[in-house]
Ligand binder design. Sequence first.
Ligand SMILES: Nc1ncnc2c1ncn2[C@@H]1O[C@H](COP(=O)(O)OP(=O)(O)OP(=O)(O)O)[C@@H](O)[C@H]1O
Ligand SMILES: [Mg+2]
Length: 403
Amino acid sequence: MANQHANLLTAIDVGSAKACVLVAEITPNGLRYRGHGVTESRGSRKGIIVDLEKAASSIQKAVEQAEDVAGIPIERALLGMGGAHIRGVNSHGGITFGTRVREIGRDEIRSAVDKARAIALPADREILHLLPQEFILDDQPGIHDPLGMMACRVAVRVHIVTAVSSALQNVVSAVNRAGVHVDDTVFEPLACADAVLRADERELGVCLADLGAGSTNLIVFQEGAVAHSAGIPIGGDHFTSDLSVGLCTPIVEAERIKKFYGNAIVTLIPEGNEVEVPSVGDRPSRLLSQRTVGEILEPRARELFELLRDNLRQSGMLELCVGGLVLSGGASRLPGILDIADSVLRRSVRLSWPTPLAKMPASLAEPEYATALGMVFYAHRARLARGSQDERWSSKLKAMLVG
Ligand SMILES: Nc1ncnc2c1ncn2[C@@H]1O[C@H](COP(=O)(O)OP(=O)(O)OP(=O)(O)O)[C@@H](O)[C@H]1O
Ligand SMILES: [Mg+2]
């Protein structure tokens, strides 16, 4: 009997602020929302599990919520990976068959990719993704799918995303403890791209930056392929703790003030506006100028985008991002963030509004759920790639190498 859950896809995004579980169903008309659960994340900071029990219990609560809405048990899922520890590197390699041309089959492609992936990796890191960019047959670059073509030499350029092994394994353990088997892991912005980037942006060159709570992760696409990936150790929590220290107010109040009165550009806040700021201890609350809030947030926002700009510049990507910058993640909701990003990077910047699933609650159509949504689209694509013969070369190759 066919498994009644065979058409369901589950994504788990364990963030620093929230754990989110999303279930989608594959229908003839595309993906349909089946259920989701969101809990405040515990035991996870900056993409790293700091308390396994707490992390597992908040994941489990989110899983239970999603199970209740979807009306099915969740046994397996695609797990998102992020954090400042993520690094990307480009590599290439190839093999020569001699002077006679031969037909390129899966074995030849696999051998070329094996050469390209043979990079010296620090002992504490492992490969999260091996993403082909292009194949070069003899001296002919820009080949997308070499399968069945003739050549004396096949080479490949790949982008390799690496993660700190312990960080990766601890998130998997937390999800396992929550009673869910991890089918596969995905670098979050790679999946997020499926929900927020347009094909023309990927071709032209675009950077997608996920501004989370603990860190910012980014990915760059160029000519349709992944050209760069990285993690930056600043996220929305840093904005909140700056406010907490600067205004001498508890973290929860700083978080509330950031969301209601925050702006990344001081001059966008009307002069004369005032904000009531609770104090710590038994001291009475104070009335402060709203611009004080902006004066604390603006330097942090500037620092974040300067780090992003320097990261793109050092990897030679800044000039390639002709299609601009796309921001996702909860911290991208801070008013003024587009203006500050534009002033530091001098690129067109837009917010991401994730492609919705059919029947999805409106509350999920927000930048902080773009990753979870992208993950179900990604999981669907990966499933199609495993099952189909006429998928694009990159998906086919991923299925070939991974599955
Ligand atoms: N309106 C808002 N203005 C400013 N910041 C906001 C707003 N809404 C949410 N945030 C911030 O977004 C962050 C949470 O974003 P998100 O849910 O994407 O993080 P996460 O995925 O849990 O974390 P990470 O990806 O870093 O592991 C928090 O720091 C929160 O303060
Ligand atoms: Mg996140």
